[in-house]
Ligand binder design. Structure first.
Ligand code: SF4
Length: 358
């Protein structure tokens, strides 16, 4: 059962200042920005899998990092609300970052946490990285890799306690029996097992919210399902909530409860997975859906092939940012940014065509 919101992102902006050259930087009165994330809002419910989908470079990973403040947002808010009886949450609720959410529950304004409390919050909000080959130190044993977060956060008082926590985390990540894995090095296990080590390294801190950044895209197709099943088991047994980031709409379809489709720093359509896939409203979502491989190769469906390259985030087109590639572009699209419209319950999209339909 999905619960109340655990994460609420409101009008989040993450802009990077661009260098224009030494002389121009001195004389220029106006800075250029790469608007990696440009005013996005969404909520994630407890035990929910919310998927951000879009082409590479659309701002999905930056959004995930912004929520955990691994990159610092430019503006907007990120609220985190978890069980107030949890010892870490109760400590965070004693800081100046405490807020009362619109539904009356106590929450934490993540952007107001100081450095030490943000470190504490990251025990509850963790990230699983895309590349299990690069995210693990090849010179460390699996035991030392999983022990590192415990040591950095000073969470163990004895070697015995440390070993017990590592064994539990490895077992929970499906590396069983843990004792046969923990003294090996990353190169001595398979790609899928390396991703499980990454997951064990997050589980050892007992998180409640995970940002999973393309966690299966580097894996063989045969083991992708195993990792997805592991993540579903962890949701079931540990009550985890996920922000799942992927460029692959077919993965989002089988795995997520809700989807946010991102294009050039914005969410252009969001809603329950089934409704987005069966009744896509934004031309970009429709294009993504037509190129997903179908189980029946004889099924006839016209593919929408987008023309042109994805525009530069330092030079976002005026009006609807999708207009240079949109097959249905109208005059208004070149001048006016479409606002978000609720098409059906919990299903939103931003497109002028929807205003015309109303
Ligand atoms: Fe296409 Fe216009 Fe809709 Fe943008 S607003 S997606 S350009 S029809």
């Amino acid at each position: 059962m999905l619960g109340d919101n655990i994460i609420s992102v409101e009008n989040l902006n993450i802009w990077f200042q661009m260098r224009q050259g030494f002389f121009k930087d001195i004389v220029s009165k106006e800075w250029r920005y790469a608007k990696a994330v440009d005013g996005i809002s969404f909520d994630i419910k407890k035990r929910e899998i919310f998927c951000l989908v879009g082409e590479s470079g659309c701002g999905k990973t930056t959004t995930g990092k912004g929520i955990l403040r691994l990159v610092e947002p430019t503006s907007g808010s990120v609220m985190f609300a978890d069980d107030p009886k949890d010892p870490i949450i109760s400590q965070l609720l004693k800081t100046q970052a405490k807020v009362t959410l619109p539904d009356g529950r106590p929450g934490i304004n993540v952007r107001k946490l100081d450095h030490n409390h943000m470190k504490l919050a990251r025990q509850k909000m963790q990230m699983i990285f895309q590349d299990p080959y690069e995210s693990l130190n090849p010179k460390m044993t699996i035991f030392d890799i999983v022990a590192e977060p415990l040591i950095v956060n000073r969470l163990v008082e004895s070697e015995q306690e440390k070993e017990q926590k590592i064994i539990t985390a490895l077992n929970n990540a499906g590396l069983r029996p843990a004792e046969s894995f923990m003294w090996r090095f990353p190169h001595q296990v398979s790609g899928g097992q390396r991703q499980r080590i990454g997951i064990a390294g997050t589980l050892v801190l007992n998180p409640s919210f995970l940002v999973a950044d393309e966690p299966i895209s580097m894996l063989d197709v045969s083991i992708r399902g195993d990792i997805m099943n592991l993540m579903l088991d962890l949701r079931e047994n540990k009550g985890l909530t996920y922000l799942f980031i992927t460029h692959d709409l077919s993965v989002a379809y089988v795995f997520s409860d809700r989807i946010g489709v991102m294009y050039l720093g914005r969410i252009v359509e969001k809603g329950p997975t089934e409704r987005i896939v069966k009744n896509p409203q934004h031309p970009y979502t429709q294009a993504l859906i037509t190129v997903v491989p179908k189980p029946d190769p004889t099924a006839k469906e016209e593919k929408i092939i987008l023309k042109g390259e994805r525009p530069d985030p330092t030079n976002i087109p005026k009006g609807c940012r999708f207009h240079p590639r949109c097959p249905y572009v109208m005059d208004i699209c070149r001048v006016e940014d479409p606002s978000e419209i609720e098409i059906e319950k919990d299903h939103f999209a931003s497109c002028h065509l929807l205003t015309k339909k109303k």
